[in-house]
Design a protein around this ligand. Structure first.
Ligand code: FAD
Length: 434
């Protein structure tokens, strides 16, 4: 007879410590088989040298090594659709319960529902836990149960709710001996996935006390490189949000803490309003007559608009997979307002390029810059790409780094005139939304 086991399914929580679902699995009655599935449907849509796939792959190999060397175990790595992998697993093992952490994106919600149904049909329980956020789903809503659509009251209620909880850290170390003993669980090479090692690397995060203390003063200046670079680590779970919030509070920096709350704000917006994945939160904005000029879109993607701060941002993105938040706001506004290109085009380009791509934050922020989303500034506030330089890159350090030719005759001429583009935008937006 097969020995009963439990499974822990790693997804966006690639760490061994302070991992809620992993902790619950390890404390259960049966030995735990940790697994990871490279979802073939998701991989199909990605470039073959995607830095995020390399990052996930390398992180898993490091985790496997720790479990092999220190706990005579490992992580089983599969490639396929989750359904096909679970079909094989239920044939090979007697599985009592599958443990995992909740994922709130529309695709993930449907995937998990399907897996839960399949497991139930095979007499296996599916236990899910909150790990990715401090507050999920309906936990921070108005008194009448309605979701917040504006950030500041959401943030205040979030903070009030936070005072009432004891933020537990889930120390797994004392339970790691409850893993199945097998150091030779299935593994894969990147090439087995049809991928190659990316030349771009996801940078390590460095959230020092000094960074948090100086965050408010420096965060708006792209040349200072004074933000945390936490994005990919929160996305793939190599950092625990609980530990990060504790750190922010220890340094008494409300602004850094509030950025982490923005992340949860947009996550609950996408969860409550999944239609915003493809549609404007404010329906009238879907009647805007976008110009969608493909040549201009290409120039924007390549950082060749003739507006140096916009071009610097796009070149930084293309070369490194990162762009400073201040510049993300400007390039986004420039695309939607100066060029009148649909926010969905920009959203898709960022989704392909950003190492810290996070569906809820990307959609939420793109709709914010387009004016179509929650809590957006009125549409007639249009960023001026020249005065933004005076405010945020006065000594031209950031621009010189990414667009060294910007003061030379060889530099591209401006693809639109600011004043004309501004007036055109106001007219088109007004026709649609007022
Ligand atoms: P820090 O400034 O150090 O902030 C720490 C963390 O707080 C971030 O890693 C992030 O998790 C969170 N955070 C900060 N600002 C925001 C914000 N405005 N919205 C949501 N979370 C925030 N952020 C993403 O994580 N993924 C995206 O795909 C994404 N797309 C964006 C698209 C546009 C058009 C704009 C204007 C912003 C986008 N942002 C996105 C938000 C923000 O620009 C990045 O989180 C930030 O620049 C990442 O750098 P950092 O990790 O050094 O951030």
């Amino acid at each position: 007879m097969k020995q009963p086991i439990n499974i822990f399914w790693f997804r966006r929580d690639l760490r061994l410590d302070d991992n809620r679902g992993f902790y619950e699995a390890l404390k259960s009655d049966h030995p735990v088989l940790p697994i990871f599935i490279f979802d073939s449907e998701i991989l199909e849509s990605l470039p073959k040298d995607d830095a995020r796939v390399t990052f996930i792959y390398n992180t898993l190999q490091t985790m496997r090594k720790t479990l092999q060397d220190e706990h005579s175990s490992s992580i089983a790595i599969y490639h396929g659709t989750p359904e096909s992998v679970f079909k094989k697993l239920v044939e090979s093992y007697e599985i009592n319960t599958v443990f995992t952490n909740r994922d709130y994106e529309p695709y993930a919600i449907k995937r998990d529902k399907d897996i839960e149904t399949f497991l139930e049909e095979n007499n296996t329980a599916f236990n899910t836990y909150k790990d990715q956020v401090i507050f999920e789903e309906n936990e921070v809503v108005k008194n009448d149960g309605d979701p917040y659509r504006v950030y500041t009251p959401f943030m205040k209620t979030w903070k009030a709710a936070f005072k009432t909880i004891d933020l537990e850290i889930y120390y797994t170390n004392s339970y790691l001996d409850n893993l199945v003993e097998n150091t030779r669980l299935p593994n894969l090479e990147l090439s087995d996935l049809g991928f190659e090692k990316s030349t771009q690397e996801i940078t390590d995060y460095d959230v020092t006390p000094t960074l948090i203390q100086e965050y408010e003063a420096k965060r708006n200046f792209p040349a200072k490189d004074a933000t945390s670079r936490l994005g990919p680590h929160l996305r793939f779970g190599t950092v625990s949000i609980r530990k990060m919030v504790k750190k922010a509070i220890a340094e008494k920096n409300e602004i850094f803490w509030q950025e982490l709350i923005w992340r949860e704000f947009f996550m609950q917006i996408l969860w409550h309003f999944p239609h915003t994945l493809t549609k404007s939160f404010k329906p009238k904005y879907d009647t805007i007559k976008w110009r969608n000029n493909e040549t201009e879109f290409k120039a924007w993607c390549q950082g060749k608009t003739g507006y140096p701060l916009v071009d610097a941002g796009m070149r930084e993105l293309n070369e490194t997979g990162f762009m400073h938040n201040r510049v993300r706001m400007l390039v986004g506004s420039f695309l939607c307002k100066h060029l009148l290109i649909d926010w969905r085009w920009g959203e898709a380009y960022f989704a392909e390029k950003l190492h810290d791509y996070e569906m809820a934050s990307n959609i939420g922020n793109w709709q914010w810059v387009a004016g179509s989303g929650v809590d957006a500034a009125p549409y007639f506030r249009i960023f001026n790409p020249t005065t933004q330089i005076e405010k945020f890159d006065k000594d031209l350090k950031y621009i010189s780094k990414w667009v060294p030719e910007f003061q030379e005759l060889t530099y591209t001429s401006q693809i639109v005139d600011h004043k004309e583009a501004r007036e055109r935008c106001l007219k088109v937006y007004k026709e649609a939304v007022s």
